[in-house]
Ligand binder design. Structure first.
Ligand code: SOE
Length: 381
């Protein structure tokens, strides 16, 4: 398949802006087999959607996302809304024969995620594709880490150490938003940040979590509402857990919005029998690599600048040493999705992958509530 593909995006806040940037830039840098046409953006307020269309580069605006499904000039729906609407929009879009890109976490519950994965399975039979937006897989350094693990460069994996640390809720006076509301967000730091590190750790190692032992906490139980008064926080502020993988590794995970001074510190360290890899999103152009076979006198973590033409994604951008940022991960995501749609293959991560992450999140909540080791559904663990 080649030619153009019309995109309709639902939601135009932070994620909508990040995705818009990707749709604007992907054609210029990746020459994808399908050229995205930014047909329409949908939002609940006609005025705000029209303003978003103008600033973000969409040709038109709709005040009801359902209109996007009726439009012949839209073949791909990009879901950038809070989690409570993902399932309804994505399932309807797939049933209308539209390809879907859906922001993470896939849904607010395992039941919703399962319904979405089932809809994606049915749609695949008609050549319709679905992808969940775990964008950090597409940081060149993270993609290189996966490549090195797959090539056996760090041997058998013993430890996975994953953290996603932010601090934007550490101030008790920070206002209440949908992200602190279980009805809308599903969970707190767990689904928002923990989902990313679960996906990334599994992606880099090629192993899946089979069981967890977790603690979660809410440090600030009420927050001020912008319009006055307060609202009760119904999600976790932080979630920490230990896990076993199906490859025999022992792993630890930490997701928090209360790590003062840490702004967007997604860190992953993997220790193997032959060496180690370490990544920190706050220095996202670098991958630290330790080769245990090196002379101990000079061995240690080496900082690899991941900007060479043969590093994943990097060659499409600038000459070596010219750095990339957060926004590029969304462009890479768009490029891979367009390539998969054009090639008639399943994009990764699929909705089935999103469902599996959702099951890990559910196991974490069950374990935190019960205090018991909890098996991840479907893991055979
Ligand atoms: C907020 O914590 C947030 O924007 C997440 O929702 C994103 O998924 C993450 O990439 C950055 O932080």
């Amino acid at each position: 398949m080649s030619g153009a593909i019309g995109v309709g995006m639902v939601g135009h806040a932070f994620m909508g802006r990040a995705h818009s940037q990707a749709w604007r830039s992907v054609g210029a840098f990746f020459a994808p087999p399908l050229t995205p046409v930014m047909a329409a953006v949908a939002g609940r307020s006609a005025e705000r959607a029209a303003a978003a269309a103008r600033t973000l580069g969409w040709a038109s605006a709709e005040s009801d996302w359902k209109r996007l499904l009726e439009r012949d000039d839209v073949q791909l729906i990009d879901v950038c809304t809070p989690g409570d609407t993902h399932a309804e929009i994505a399932v309807a879009a797939l049933e209308a024969g539209k390809h879907v890109l859906c922001e993470k976490p896939l849904a607010n519950s395992v039941a919703e995620a399962a319904a979405m994965a089932a809809a994606a399975d049915r749609a695949r039979e008609h050549g319709v594709r679905a992808m969940v937006g775990f964008n950090y897989r597409r940081v060149p350094a993270a993609a290189l880490a996966r490549r090195l693990v797959a090539e056996g460069r760090i041997g058998e994996i013993r430890h996975v150490r994953a953290q996603y640390l932010q601090d934007w809720l550490a101030d008790p006076d920070a206002p209440f938003t949908w992200r602190s509301d279980r009805e809308r967000a599903g969970s707190g730091a767990l689904g928002d940040l923990g989902a990313h590190i679960v996906d990334l750790a599994q992606h880099v190692t090629g192993q899946r979590l089979v069981g967890v032992s977790a603690v979660t906490g809410t440090f600030v139980p009420e927050r001020p509402l912008p319009e006055g008064g307060t609202a009760r926080v119904t999600v976790d502020d932080a979630a920490l857990f230990l896990a076993r993988t199906d490859g025999g590794a022992l792993a630890s995970f930490e997701a928090t919005r209360f790590a003062t001074g840490r702004k967007n510190a997604l860190r992953l360290e993997v220790n193997g029998s032959k060496g180690s890899l370490a990544f920190d999103l706050e220095s996202l152009n670098e991958l630290s690599f330790h080769d245990a076979a090196e002379d101990p006198a000079t061995a240690g973590f080496r900082r690899v600048l991941v900007t060479e033409p043969d590093h994943p994604y990097a060659g499409a951008w600038w000459p070596p040493g010219h750095l990339l940022g957060y926004e590029h991960t969304f462009t890479h995501q768009a490029a891979d999705l367009l390539t998969a749609i054009a090639g008639g293959t399943d994009p990764a991560p699929s909705f089935a992958d999103g469902l599996q992450v959702q099951r890990v999140l559910a196991a974490v909540e069950t374990s935190a509530d019960s205090g018991a080791w909890t098996t991840v559904e479907g893991s055979g663990g």
